[in-house]
Design a binder for this molecule. Structure first.
Ligand code: ADP
Ligand code: MG
Length: 243
């Protein structure tokens, strides 16, 4: 379903991704773990060319995009096939909750407003925000704002949902509501790639774990294997506290 092939990324001289290969099956939930600065965000952003890889290719379903030859049309197609949830929510402050979820459907997908509203309202119900649809982001807690961002991503019905540390900007008491929302989304069979520092959550929700360090995939495998019997010393050290 998703294949990254030999992804390299340089920021000027700095080699940040060093030939990453990664496969994700349809319906699979993959957790990307690793220390800060190891290249997790850059890898996630390479999937939809928010960061254009220096070389390598990205396949999502029938779409195959090579970094060397990618056209605007290719990049647009990658963006349409993916939706990302960021650490900092990235909601539109001047739009209410319903409008924040609708906007991707009306502006990007050119859906008519009535249908977009219907779909958005349904999804907001799923993330437990039916009673907040006319609120502006400034009146919501961080956890509620992040659930709006998740609803917005879900509304686009992408091939794959990408999460970049979706709970690390939240006050501790708000983390759980967001993690349980993501867990629910995972259980519905969505294909997801999640960068997270929440090791317990990763263990609960992921099928597969990818452990990165220093721009490389050190180790990957089924979640229970990685958590109970990691093959690499570096993985053991990192997971140490969770084992
Ligand atoms: P992680 O998400 O694992 O913490 P990142 O992908 O954010 O790691 O960063 C990997 C490395 O790339 C870091 O050394 C970081 O400083 C560098 N980096 C990330 N984004 C940029 C950028 N836009 N320009 C220059 N260097 C960057
Ligand atoms: Mg990061």
């Amino acid at each position: 379903m998703i294949k990254l092939h030999k992804i390299n990324k340089y920021f000027s001289q700095h080699h940040v991704l060093k030939g990453i290969d990664l496969s994700v099956k349809k319906g699979e939930v993959v957790a990307i773990l690793g220390p800060s600065g190891s290249g997790k965000s850059t890898l996630l952003r390479s999937i939809n060319f928010l960061e254009r890889p220096s070389s390598g290719s990205v396949e999502i379903g029938a779409l195959k995009v090579n970094a060397d030859t990618a056209s605007k049309k290719d990049i647009h197609a990658l963006r349409m096939a993916t939706a990302m949830v960021f650490q900092q929510f990235n909601l539109f402050k001047n739009l209410n909750v319903l409008q924040n979820v609708m906007i991707g459907l009306t502006s990007v997908k050119k859906m008519d407003r009535k249908k977009a509203k219907e779909i958005s309202a349904q999804i907001l119900e799923k993330v437990g925000l039916s009673d907040r649809i006319s609120y502006y982001p400034s009146r919501l807690s961080g956890g509620q704002q992040q659930r709006v961002a998740i609803a917005r991503a879900l509304a686009l019905n992408p091939e794959v949902l990408l999460f970049d540390e979706p709970t690390s900007a939240l006050d501790p008491e708000l983390v759980d509501e967001v993690l349980s929302t993501i867990k629910k989304v995972a259980q519905e069979g969505n294909t997801m790639i999640i960068v997270t520092h929440e090791l317990g959550f990763a263990r609960e929700v992921a099928d597969k774990v990818v452990f990165m360090d220093n721009g490389l995939v050190v180790e990957e495998g089924p979640v229970e294997k990685i958590f109970t019997d990691p093959g690499e010393e570096r993985t053991k050290q990192f997971l140490g506290k969770a084992l």
